[in-house]
Ligand binder design. Structure first.
Ligand SMILES: [Zn+2]
Length: 213
């Protein structure tokens, strides 16, 4: 069962990238109603098929992080559908903005960038457009939270975040910096500290805090 739920849609005929359109004469936009359009991706006009891309691939964010060009993005969308609801609102997906999200995720996936992220984001990675529900898990019979993403981009950011806090990465209890753990990292899979030094510092701090209390 997934932590985040997402029901997507895909054009059965796929998607196509369109070059940016420039405005005509200056100021003509408002008068003529012809607006400039950015580099964009539009539907080919097929039927909308229901798909569940993140449920079928829990590592889809890794594939998304490798999207670097408009052609990459078309190929990604041909398989997994649109990233945002911009196609419903504007009629197209904005290429430059989506590539920026992919680049950001690509940068953050390198473990040595984690510290940068924690600082840059003020210690948090915000994910908008999620709704939460309390549900009874049909498999376990236990109550738990279930998050539902509004669009594929949010679902991928959620998946990415889950990867960060999953088995491979821990947050050090002493310094709060994410660290790699498990096979091949030199830290046990259930390690709580980035280093032995921080484990000792944390323990001695707690001991002295108890003495004072
Ligand atoms: Zn630490």
């Amino acid at each position: 069962m997934d932590f985040v739920d997402f029901d997507g849609q895909r054009d059965s005929r796929g998607y196509v990238s369109m070059a940016a359109q420039k405005r005509g004469r200056k100021g003509a936009t408002l008068l003529t109603g012809v607006s400039a359009k950015p580099l964009r991706i539009e539907r080919r006009g097929g039927k909308l098929e229901s798909i569940r891309p993140t449920a079928e691939n829990p590592k889809l964010h890794l594939e998304f992080s490798q999207v670097r060009t408009a052609d990459d993005l078309v190929a990604f969308m041909n398989r997994y559908g649109a990233l945002t609801n911009a196609i419903e609102v504007f009629g197209y997906e904005r290429v430059v903005e989506i590539l920026e999200y992919a680049r950001e995720m690509r940068d953050l996936i390198g473990a040595d960038r984690m510290r940068t992220m924690v600082v840059a984001e003020g210690g948090r990675l915000d994910i908008s457009g999620l709704t939460a529900a309390l549900i009874v898990d049909r498999l376990t019979g236990e109550m738990r939270f279930q998050f539902r993403a509004r669009n594929l981009l949010d679902a991928l950011r959620m998946q990415f975040s889950q990867d960060l806090i999953g088995d491979k990465l821990g947050l050090c209890l002493k310094c709060g910096v994410p660290f790699r753990r498990g096979v091949g990292t030199g830290r046990r899979g259930d390690a709580l500290f980035c280093s032995d030094a921080h484990r000792e510092l944390f323990k001695s701090h707690n001991r002295s805090a108890k003495r004072k209390g």
